[in-house]
Design a protein around this ligand. Structure first.
Ligand code: AR6
Length: 178
């Protein structure tokens, strides 16, 4: 696989990548958590652009410009709310990653950064979410070679970063992403 998967502990709004992914809700009109941080950093033009998108279904993703962000684009993905695991949550979370990666490749983007979608307000267990994020990216990139050169998973806390390192080791069977 030519695309490099990276893990970093950072604030996603600071990253100068082609696209950052937002953990949005179905209205796409902003909220708390990483969604709030992205809207604050991008400025009011982002909300104006999101209003025109008309919402988004769970598991799907839509793209806007990044406005005042260092990232050129924002991909707004709607993760599932965790209801205990029997409401198709794992497939819907994988769909978020697949659809966001597909949008990035359609636009010929080279780098994309993801937060840990659904693991905050939506309560998806972090260990399962990490395996789905890393595993789905690995599978997608293996099956869909394209423009992407870097896929970055951005973790806000040190604990979440460690959980993702474990998921990376399980997926790739190595010492870790370095
Ligand atoms: N950079 C990177 N990660 C962040 C940042 C940041 N600046 N801020 C928070 N996180 P959440 P969800 C992490 O709740 O669970 C919103 O109100 C955070 O620590 O932002 O998908 C939306 O409008 C956690 O690990 O998203 C929706 O209504 C992760 O981002 C709802 O919350 C996701 O937490 C979506 O909930």
């Amino acid at each position: 696989m030519k695309t490099k998967i990276e893990l970093v502990q950072a604030d996603i709004t600071h990253l100068a990548v082609d696209a950052i992914v937002n953990a949005a809700n179905k209205t796409l009109l902003g909220g708390g958590g990483v969604d709030g941080a992205i809207h604050r950093a991008a400025g009011p033009q982002l909300l104006a652009a999101c209003i025109l998108l008309g919402g988004c279904e769970t598991g799907q993703a839509k793209i806007t410009e990044g406005y005042k962000l260092p990232a050129r684009f924002v991909i707004h993905a709607v993760g599932p709310v965790w209801h205990g695991g029997r409401a198709n949550e794992e497939k819907l979370l994988a769909d978020c990653y697949r659809n966001s990666l597909a949008l990035a490749q359609e636009r010929d983007l080279k780098s994309i950064a993801f937060p840990a979608i659904s693991t905050g307000a939506y309560r998806f267990p972090i260990g399962r979410a990490a395996s789905i994020a890393v595993g789905t990216a690995r599978e997608f990139l293996g099956q869909n070679p394209g423009s992407l050169e870097r896929v970055v998973f951005v973790l806000f806390s040190e604990e979440d970063y460690r959980v993702y390192c474990d998921a990376y080791r399980s997926a790739f069977g190595t010492q870790g992403p370095g």
